[in-house]
Design a protein around this ligand. Structure first.
Ligand SMILES: [Zn+2]
Ligand SMILES: [Zn+2]
Ligand SMILES: [Zn+2]
Ligand SMILES: [Zn+2]
Length: 497
């Protein structure tokens, strides 16, 4: 095939997706035609009843014939792609995560780049939220159908060249054709430039410890200061990878450590933000009300606090039968890895595993694991509380309880950026590990002022005289009062999720 193609249409770090889209547009051929021509024989001969449903991997390009691609593009596209992926992930030295896990599985693009036919692996790179060429936020939903578009070579999700299946065009080349496809853009984002310089040298300011979903290049760049730093003796308190998975002693310690961290955050919030609302919390938490009256208005501060706690700890109910008994169980960790803050247990586990695995079987100081746990839990719990507080007034008024708190949790996670670096240093012939923590909250947290219904002293005092209507108590004290029992259970249903 004599295809229309120019070398200048391929840019550094360009993905095969936009390369194929350009080929399709310039030659007026469909994706099927491209695949019929350049797919390898095994893939082409696969019995596939719905050929249009093929989803071809753009990371490995293993369904294509390498030499045919080279003939078309005058470039070994397979190797070119591998090199881009490798050079962007090289500074990570990850053991736990394959290279592909650092890239989004759905298409993310820059509107400005795409209007020049350009799509880059830097746009797919999870550690970037903005286009490094234009500093604009990356798109990841189709403007028309509002869907995520899987990052694969497929007719199932894409229509004509450079358009979504729904018909929406990412770019319109009907009048300019390929006139501006050879335009080159400079990377202007300094964090990206720093990152790329890391992958070109072997000089590093410490090993990076980060998760794909919780990091960004910004906090890893030299321009971002660390938030906390601590030095550990390398040979103290050593544990092995097996201890991490199987030692009851270690898992109990890590659990207690997490309980202490949670209580530190809890005290901080109650002392600094909720100090005027301890009666409000008591009222909502213990289902307090006056005899013969409805439940009083809920204070938005109390509402945020109680739901924050329930969502973070994944407790069964929002209300508490007895506030004097501590609801924080200290008995965790006996059956393996477990944390009190259950909503973030898996995230922290992934990072600790990555850290342990990076040490190539060497034992590590367990205090370093606890330090990482403390910082993740403290920062995340605090940020999540402020997000709950931001929306609690709205949720109370609009009565949109379903999945609200879980959605806030997911959004908080999406904007929570944390990374660690560690360095081995020799101090007076003793080996030490320096750990550094970097953190950024990518949503703006302005503290919202709510109106508290118990603002006046009279209202606050009234709460102390109220009685608790938790189900366990009323079923004993008013066993026949079905009206009351129903009223309480529908109140609980309304506020539980
Ligand atoms: Zn751009
Ligand atoms: Zn669409
Ligand atoms: Zn504090
Ligand atoms: Zn209040």
């Amino acid at each position: 095939m004599q295809a229309i193609w120019r070398n200048e249409w391929v840019h550094e770090y360009e993905t095969p997706w936009s390369i194929f889209e350009k080929l399709s547009f310039a030659n007026r051929v469909s994706r099927d035609d491209i695949f019929k021509l350049s797919g390898n024989s095994i893939e082409r001969n696969k019995i596939n009843p719905k050929k249009g449903d093929r989803k071809i991997d753009l990371f490995s390009l293993r369904s294509f014939d390498e030499s045919i691609l080279e003939m078309i593009f005058g470039l070994n596209l397979v190797k070119f792609t591998q090199q881009s992926i490798q050079s962007l992930t090289k500074p990570l030295h990850s053991n736990r995560f394959p290279n592909t896990s650092w890239f989004s599985k759905h298409l993310r693009w820059c509107n400005q780049c795409i209007s020049y036919g350009h799509h880059s692996w830097l746009h797919q790179f999870k550690l970037l939220e903005h286009c490094p060429f234009h500093k604009v936020k990356l798109e990841d939903n189709c403007a028309r159908c509002k869907k995520n578009i899987p990052f694969v070579f497929s007719n199932r999700f894409f229509g004509n060249a450079f358009s979504c299946k729904c018909g929406f065009e990412f770019a319109d080349f009907s009048s300019t054709l390929w006139e501006n496809w050879d335009t080159k853009f400079k990377i202007v984002d300094s964090a990206t430039l720093h990152w790329l310089s890391l992958s070109n040298t072997n000089q590093e300011d410490g090993r990076i410890l980060i998760l794909p979903e919780f990091g960004n290049l910004n906090i890893l760049s030299v321009f971002h200061p660390y938030i906390a730093k601590k030095s550990f003796t390398k040979d103290n308190n050593k544990i092995s990878i097996d201890d991490f998975y199987y030692s009851t002693q270690f898992n109990k310690e890590l659990y207690y450590n997490n309980v202490d961290t949670f209580q530190t955050v809890d005290r901080h919030i109650r002392k600094n933000v909720l100090w005027k609302h301890s009666n409000c919390i008591k009222q909502f938490w213990q289902l307090l009300k006056n005899d013969g009256e409805d439940f009083p208005d809920i204070c938005p501060y109390a509402y945020a606090y109680v739901n924050w706690r329930k969502t973070l700890l994944k407790t069964e109910r929002f209300y508490r039968s007895d506030i004097r008994i501590n609801d924080v169980a200290r008995s965790g960790g006996r059956f393996g890895y477990e944390l009190l803050t259950r909503a973030i247990t898996d995230d922290i586990k992934l990072l600790l595993e990555e850290y342990v695995l990076k040490n190539n079987g060497e034992k590590i100081n367990k205090d370093t694991l606890e330090w990482i746990q403390e910082h993740w839990t403290y920062r995340f719990s605090l940020m999540f509380f402020y997000e709950c507080l931001k929306y609690s007034g709205d949720i109370l008024v609009n009565d949109k309880k379903n999945t609200n708190w879980d959605k806030i949790l997911m959004d908080t996670k999406a904007n929570f950026k944390i990374a660690f670096k560690y360095q081995e240093v020799n101090v007076m012939s003793a080996k030490r590990i320096n750990l550094m923590m970097y953190y950024e909250n990518t949503i703006d947290t302005k503290i919202v002022e709510h109106h508290c219904p118990n603002h006046s002293l009279r209202k606050k005092r009234a709460i102390s005289k109220m009685k608790s209507y938790v189900p366990a108590r009323i079923s004993i004290e008013y066993p026949k009062n079905y009206e009351l029992i129903n009223y309480v259970s529908s109140y609980i249903k309304k506020h539980d999720y």
